[in-house]
Design a protein. Structure first.
Length: 196
């Protein structure tokens, strides 16, 4: 999960803070439908004292303590990012994992936090605080294009709700004074609509 996205960044930052963590290298993508079974089997071989997943991956059939992170429930709450398989994964993997886990880390004030409280013990659900990493400090060269702007830094996946941002920007009435900047590195069907 050490990629340049939300869960990957979270995993990388944790590895920096906790250098004694031993990384687990899977030979498949973490969203493989059988990942929980493969992960559980791998843990039976390695037998760690505690398994921690920075993402939604939880080991099936693993009786020892584990901790996993429930970042959001977009696969249930966002129609464009939901399907029968994702809802079944939530029902048959995520929900039982919330009951079995030693701890479930969630984001404060999100559906994932409220859901984890309802699915498992309140004592075992811990809300982690989001913080800005060192690469995002205000020190450094400023981008000054000569006009006021708003910068959107999220991905363009459906659960980020970019159409709603564009709608709010359009309705705000600030389009003449403030431009909305969406970096071109992230291409999608919404590209080209950033200036109204």
């Amino acid at each position: 999960m050490d990629r340049n996205h939300g869960i990957g960044r979270f995993a990388g930052e944790l590895q920096k803070l906790l250098p004694d963590l031993v990384g687990y290298q899977a030979r498949r993508r973490p969203w493989h439908p059988l990942d929980p079974a493969f992960l559980g089997a791998a843990l039976w071989k390695q037998r760690p004292r505690l398994f921690f997943s920075p993402g939604y991956n939880s080991p099936a059939g693993w009786p020892k303590p584990f901790v996993f992170t429930l970042h959001d429930l977009n696969h249930l709450c966002v129609r464009d990012n939901s399907n029968v398989v994702k809802r079944a994964y939530y029902k048959h993997v995520i929900r039982p994992a919330c009951h079995r886990a030693a701890f479930v880390l969630t984001c404060p004030n999100t559906r994932s936090g409220r859901s984890a409280h309802g699915l498992g013990s309140r004592k075992r659900s811990h809300q982690r605080r989001k913080r800005v990493g060192a690469p995002f400090s205000p020190a450094g060269r400023k981008y000054e294009p000569g006009y006021a702007y708003l910068l959107y830094v999220g991905s363009r996946k459906p659960h980020k709700n970019l159409p709603r941002l564009l709608e709010a920007y359009s309705l705000s009435g600030v389009r003449r004074e403030v431009r909305l900047f969406l970096p071109e590195a992230q291409t999608s069907k919404y590209q080209g609509r950033s200036n109204g």
